[in-house]
Design a protein around this ligand. Sequence first.
Ligand SMILES: *[C@@H]1O[C@H](CO)[C@@H](O)[C@H](O)[C@H]1NC(C)=O
Length: 130
Amino acid sequence: MRSIAFATLLAAITAGLAAVTAELSLRQGGSPGGGGNMVFLLVCTEPNLEPGTCETAGGLNTCTAFDAPFNDSIESLVNTFAGVACAVYVNDDCTGDSLIVANSAEFDNLGVSNPELNNALSSFQCIGTA
Ligand SMILES: *[C@@H]1O[C@H](CO)[C@@H](O)[C@H](O)[C@H]1NC(C)=O
């Protein structure tokens, strides 16, 4: 009985670790060759990457619009991927005022650091090979 309970516990821990590993891999941009599913940015509608207000965004060498509720509502963001630089823009089509979000760069409070971009970002593009 005791060994069965232990095996069950071990299986639960293993499953939990697999989930955490998958989440970390996602935040780091996925595995090489992941292509369009890779994640490069974490964007949030509140300052300081407030948990529960963020979404991940991917897509390489293509302009992607931030859909509602993120369009014109981003207040903090971070580039989570080593080796890829991104730029975020105030217009839908990657035009207008922009901000370079270099590898690992984090903007905790656009309202303070870049007021003209706070609650104004509408699209982004990440450049590089991953
Ligand atoms: C984002 O908001 C702007 C300004 O309201 C609007 O013109 C644009 O179509 C919106 N983009 C998306 C993807 O919803």
